[in-house]
Ligand binder design. Structure first.
Ligand code: ZN
Length: 138
């Protein structure tokens, strides 16, 4: 069996971190699939999907770590192509990745106790995002 749904969100701009765990769980429930895998994917080259312990400290630590690893304000060749000021956004998105696969057992996501699924806005402006959740199983 195969089921798909889209999560529509509006982001507040750069390094907005949105917890989409409840949306993904709701979609799994709607699918009726009890055992299988769920793929959460964002179409777009400046957004990312990953997991985190969704607590206030880490919500500040993650953007700070991204700034240390992939700083703004250094030279990105992307700027010469598009002049859109988001070279660092693209590199961050490539490094974290646009998707996550989660196992589903007895109709529920297998996640750690504090592990939450997040969408991470990496673009330099507010965006509307359509996150695809595709579930395969039985
Ligand atoms: Zn760009």
């Amino acid at each position: 069996m195969n089921y798909s749904e889209v999560i529509s969100i509006s982001t507040k701009g750069e390094t907005d971190i949105i917890n989409i765990t409840d949306d993904v769980s709701r979609i799994i429930k709607s699918s009726g699939i009890k055992n299988g895998i769920g793929c959460v994917f964002v179409p777009g080259a400046t957004g990312a999907i990953t997991t985190i312990e969704y607590e206030p400290g880490l919500l500040q630590d993650l953007p700070k770590a991204l700034e240390r690893l992939f700083p703004k304000g250094i030279e990105y060749r992307h700027e010469q192509t598009w002049h859109d000021g988001n070279g660092h956004s693209h590199i961050r998105a490539s490094m974290i990745g646009p998707s996550l696969t989660v196992p589903i057992k007895n109709g529920k996501l297998i996640l750690g106790t504090w592990q939450q699924i997040i969408f991470l806005e990496l673009d330099v402006r507010k965006r509307k995002r359509e996150i695809v959740v595709q579930i395969v199983g039985e």
